[in-house]
Design a protein around this ligand. Structure first.
Ligand code: ATP
Length: 363
């Protein structure tokens, strides 16, 4: 049975339809991320699951229990849904010290004192705030307050966790550490986690399942591998991947028993025959998927190295060609390029082809 189930959930703000009928099934114990650009409805969807927002219609069940139904307008309030959540505004109680903020729910649930103390110590340690238990939230930085909210989640051990950009206020090092910590927390609790972010790295690194949204509409539901390597449409392909995927106008030609892609004067024989008529298509290739050659080659696209950006283990090359700029990624540290000329080989198995009208993946 699915732990979180949305059936035909809609949300209007006045006459603005923010969420058209949305169906989403989240299996128990999975880490599911809602990913998409600003305004795509991720936060609204999460707030609806939390009970902080009343939907305009549809049905929502949590752990098999209906918590909202548009049919009879039944609505279970957030505090009765048994959820743990962290939101962008972390909603700590300003008049309570950190200790109390973390353990309030445990006190309310009348857990034994020893257990509360142990869970508090464990939670503070995990977020590296052991020394801060007796401070008030106003005496902490934004990032520290965010970690208190995470500690509260660790201590509460709910079986459904909702998180809205919980790492947005942290510096890069702490963000990476907390990413690991939240993934571990979710796994160790066996929790079902619904996580909202517009950060594709968080989505790819943390999730079992990614739900890509645009304008309130789900574009694709898949594993990180599927979302990255088998994007359902051009929107998903362009949204995921940093640096961005390279996109070209191309022509599909059916020649004998072969399908050939023609773009910028080169021809790529595809591995599979595409069952459609020849004509314009959109081709895309990820920056790490070119073969780079330093000597001229037939059927290679000639390019010049323009800007070189080493990031440590990889280097981003901004290349210029006669027709279009291209980004390539190479898996080593490079600072200079002796001869600025390179030839790009387009490898058939790395090419994605999209329908220019619908944007849908063809192959
Ligand atoms: P972000 O990443 O910027 O938080 P989001 O994907 O979470 O964006 P939502 O906050 O869910 O997007 O907003 C979805 C749509 O609903 C947007 O068009 C937004 O302007 C609108 N919206 C959200 N909250 C309200 C509100 N309280 N009143 C009116 N419109 C709203």
């Amino acid at each position: 049975m699915n732990e979180v189930s949305l059936k035909g959930i809609t949300k209007y703000y006045g006459s603005h339809l923010a969420i058209p009928p949305l169906d989403l099934e989240i299996p128990k114990g999975k880490f599911v991320t809602l990913l998409g650009p600003s305004g795509c409805g991720k936060t609204t969807t999460l707030r609806i699951i939390a009970g902080l927002e009343q939907p305009s219609g549809g049905e929502l069940t949590l752990a098999g229990k209906t918590v909202y139904s548009g049919r009879d307008s039944s609505f279970v309030p957030p505090e009765k849904r048994g959820l743990g959540f962290i939101f962008q505004s972390y909603a700590l109680w300003p008049n309570m010290k950190v200790d109390k903020n973390i353990t309030l729910a445990l006190h309310q649930a009348k857990r034994p004192k020893d257990e509360i103390d142990a869970r508090l110590a464990e939670a503070l340690k995990k977020v590296q705030l052991e020394q801060y238990g007796s401070r008030f939230p106003s005496e902490l930085s934004g990032g520290q307050q965010q970690r208190v909210a995470v500690a509260r989640l660790i201590a509460a051990r709910n079986s459904i966790l909702l998180m809205d950009e919980p790492l947005s206020n942290l510096d890069a090092v702490l963000r990476t550490e907390m990413r690991t910590e939240l993934k571990r927390l979710s796994r160790d609790l066996g929790a079902t986690t619904v996580y909202v972010t517009h950060d594709q790295v968080e989505a790819l690194t943390m999730s079992d399942i990614i739900v890509v949204m645009k304008d309130g509409v789900i574009q694709q539901i898949g594993s990180p591998y599927e979302i990255y390597h088998e994007p359902a449409n051009l929107f998903v392909a362009e949204f995921i991947g940093d640096p961005r995927i390279n996109v070209f106008d191309g022509i599909l030609e059916q020649r004998g028993d072969r399908s050939i892609l023609k773009l910028h004067g080169i021809e790529v024989v595809l591995e599979q025959v595409i069952a459609r008529e020849g004509g314009p298509v959109i081709c895309a290739i990820r920056p790490e998927h070119f073969n780079l050659h330093e000597a001229a080659m037939t059927n290679g696209l000639a390019a010049e190295v323009d800007v070189i950006q080493p990031t440590g283990s990889q280097t981003i090359l901004s290349l210029s060609t006669k027709e279009t700029p291209i980004t390539a990624l190479i898996p080593r540290f490079v600072e200079t390029w002796p001869n600025r000329k390179v030839w790009l080989e387009f490898v058939a198995r790395n090419m994605m082809v999209f329908d220019p009208k619908t944007g849908k993946l063809i192959t």
